[in-house]
Design a binder for this molecule. Sequence first.
Ligand SMILES: [Zn+2]
Length: 162
Amino acid sequence: MDRLIDQISQVKRPLLGEDIPILVFRAFRVFVGLHGMDIMGEKGMTALIQNAGRELGKELGETLKHEDLDKYLMRVIDFVRDAKIGLLVPVEVNQERMVLQLDECITCSGMPNIGKKICQFEVGIVAGLVESYLHKRVKAYETKCNANGDNICEVNVELNNF
Ligand SMILES: [Zn+2]
């Protein structure tokens, strides 16, 4: 069977086309995320959204794969920019961890401080992309978010935590 990413790539909208306002994406993402917490609790909903992003990240990783880490990162950075997800900047990359910042984040950039980090989906995508390269599970979490009063979105990936 086709991967899920291949299936949802099949768009038939001859009049409306493939582009949507960013507000539509954010409304879906953030309303589902925040109101899902009422049903599943904060931990459950965070895990659900992050795991969904993780599976997407793994599928993307297969598409972008390159054995050289620097080249793989370049491909990921180009993809994230071309897909207008954000401007990905590796801040720290070593044997223990990766710290990646996402400027102009699709989900949180420009948002006021609502006292919550809301980019669990992006965290999951990053985790999946890293796992696709390393072939092992990693721990990832959001360390900065525009919706939490920071001026950037930042994901921390611990490479040896599992
Ligand atoms: Zn963000």
